[in-house]
Design a protein around this ligand. Sequence first.
Ligand code: GLU
Length: 325
Amino acid sequence: MHVHSPRHHFPRHSPRRLPRHFTRLRRALAAVALTALALTAAACGREGSPPVKGPEGSELPRYPVAENFRLPDSPTWAKAKKRGHLIVGAKEDQPYMGEKDPASGLYTGFDIEIAKMMSAALGFPPKTIEFKTIASANRETALQNGQIDLYVGTYTINDKRKKLVGFAGPYYMAGQSLLVRADENDIKGPEDLAGKRVCSAAGSTPYQRIQTDYPRATLIAYDTYSVCVDNLLAYQVDAVTTDDAILAGYAAKVPDELKVVGKPFSEEPYGIGVPHNDNALRFALDDALVADEKNGDWKKAYDATLGLSGVPAPKPPPVDRYPAS
Ligand code: GLU
């Protein structure tokens, strides 16, 4: 749901098919547009404005920048030091987690706060981070070809990906879930997806899981979940599936139109992606995460972002400092 230009993503309808859901759709769009207006107003000229509803920019934690920090064994860090700032891959359409304000260009959300903490720990002022939006299917390539230094965007750590990139963390444990229209009564869990049209992002673990574990669902892939949500509101698909942490943000934007159903049916440990074999960087980020969990910054960041979904801060999962590759 790209709040700034929702129409852009809608599939073309034949004129005959339009009237049936038109009023409903119009209402949903109006709600989205209103939210966009409110957000734009709130975002004006402020650093770190909230994604859905939330704190003043000044309520977001500030992370002290490590002084005289050096990590010469990390080629990624050395390159960033020369450049003068970090380039971080992120999502731009996931409220609460990673969202870009179209008016100001600012990114906000829990993943963005994690990126800022990491930047500060590596000796780079968080304000200097250059964020680049990278879709789920392109993350490994972006890290492999040096387009980004780190990736922080609802990125599940798994063995298959570990062959291509490194992961610090995890810093959060999410779980795959389902988003449906508010008036949907037939879908309560993944076992109800047989014969239903289910949308997810290409290259994601939730897409993969439906394909292998629920083959009777009709699976539809887009680059981003927000396009899936547009299609859900437009009655082109019956459900959107990805992590609960992501779906909560979409449901919060149009609570009268959308709901998250059932219980999470997977474990998605979120990691910070780094270039493969840059073990020095990975271990430095692991250390930084442990420190931020200890000094309260992790919780402050959660409370100011994802915590606005109404779920109190969980205990972060233990950092998995796996051996050097
Ligand atoms: N955490 C899942 C993954 O990394 C889904 C979310 C996403 O696509 O970013 O594939």
